[in-house]
Design a protein around this ligand. Structure first.
Ligand SMILES: [Zn+2]
Length: 65
């Protein structure tokens, strides 16, 4: 399922939201200040990698390059 990363224009919080099939078009309110002025940063797909690994290896603790 797709994961989208958002940044709140009001308070600057960055957060991720996993979308299920039917709620893609809804505005995504900031979990901190509830503002709907959020901007989508990137999209990625869950399932191809585990944890917070770098994406090019299976490890979840590879150092940042
Ligand atoms: Zn906010």
């Amino acid at each position: 399922m797709p994961i989208y990363e958002f940044k709140c224009k009001k308070c600057g919080l960055e957060f991720e939201k996993i979308f299920f099939s039917s709620d893609k078009k809804e505005a995504v309110p900031c979990p901190e200040c509830k503002s709907k002025k959020t901007r989508k940063l990137i999209s990625a797909f869950a399932g191809g990698k585990s944890g917070s690994g770098c994406g090019s290896c299976a490890a979840t603790s590879c150092p940042p390059s």
